[in-house]
Design a protein around this ligand. Sequence first.
Ligand code: NAD
Ligand code: DAU
Length: 380
Amino acid sequence: MRTVPGFRFVTQKSMRSLLVTGGAGFIGANFVHYWAANYPQDRIVVLDALTYAGNIANLSGLEQNSDYYFTHGDIADTELLSSLFAEHKLDTVVHFAAESHVDRSIHEPDAFIQTNVIGTHSLLRAAREAWLGRDDAPAIHRFHHVSTDEVYGTLGADDPAFTERTPYSPNSPYAASKAASDHLVRAYHHTYGLQVTTSNCSNNYGPFQFPEKLIPLMIVNALTGKPLPVYGDGSNIRDWLYVADHCHGIELVLTEGLVGEVYNIGGNNERCNLDIVNDICRRIDAVFNARPNLAALFPDAPAASGQQTESLITFVKDRLGHDWRYAIDATRAETELNYAPQDNFDSGLDRTIDWMLANESWWRAVMDGSYRDWLKKNYT
Ligand code: NAD
Ligand code: DAU
């Protein structure tokens, strides 16, 4: 591993004070649980606007930790950011907060520009004000920006996987807004010396993923007997990573990564969408066979009456500008940070299906709006 004196992160035993933006979302919540379990000495401050994708229930259990704080607010709120930096003496930002769904960005791009571009810039500005040129600034700080492989555009069948040197070529409003935020993070390092790192990751799946994304949507629809909508011919390819492996990759970038650098994180696990959907269908059939009690719990699932779940597969109109293939070359993280995913797709997908079966109340409350009603009453 390369090291640059003065640029390595604080050692693992030092206490940190982390701001985790978007910590009530899918990956952010997994990261907060991961970090609280592995670094119990650290302060964790979650800042989340609780948009449709944020869910306070994703963080339940953490209120037992004495040094955990949740703030309901927007990353574009500069006054709030200044007060959080001052009050908690933050030395680390792990920035997940974003509008993250490509289909929504196609229909309503404005929110993506507001949060992903303007919001990220507000956060960078607040970090710069708190950390650079002040006597009371922490000696070492880190702004870690969580980004996506979508900034690199799309690949053909024989193209090499994306490396950190692949030119940016974002195709959707979502990808373009993430690309803009990556460039701002880079510029704050180059221009002002902010100690930043960026990770660009492939498609995640696992607990707490909002059921508008491919894998959780297919599981929920299979259990409730609804069509499984496959865009186009289902040949599009994504590179899938179990979310805990992404969290571990971010941990390695924070603890071992070099300031100013970018690391690609992926799963070496390319699959086309139709194969994924078929795989989910087969696993759901198998789990209903193995656990007869599921039929009574999910009577609308085809598997409850011995039908094949794949009968629900429905080909629908393709996504506009649909990227055909993503694939991550994670060689840099593997060789320099010792990164290696622990879960393969079999174990990760089984775990995800088990989690969805065990957490029916979580996804039902998200889907039927009762979680939003509860939120309105409890978080104004
Ligand atoms: P998500 O949509 O599940 O969660 C986003 C969270 O950000 C939510 O809790 C939401 O309430 C919060 N948020 C949105 N706007 C906010 C604002 N203005 N201020 C404060 N909080 C706000 O997203 P995710 O899938 O967990 O993705 C997290 C990050 O990881 C994103 O930056 C995304 O681009 C990136 N990423 C995601 C994937 C993936 O497969 N999901 C892969 C690579 C990178
Ligand atoms: O690659 C990383 C990106 O992965 C992240 O940056 C994004 O935040 C995340 O949403 C994800 O983007 P995708 O567009 O790849 O994920 P999604 O789950 O929306 O779709 C995965 C594939 O499945 C894609 O080719 C579109 C297809 N699809 C999706 C849905 C929701 C369907 O065929 N049917 C569907 O209903």
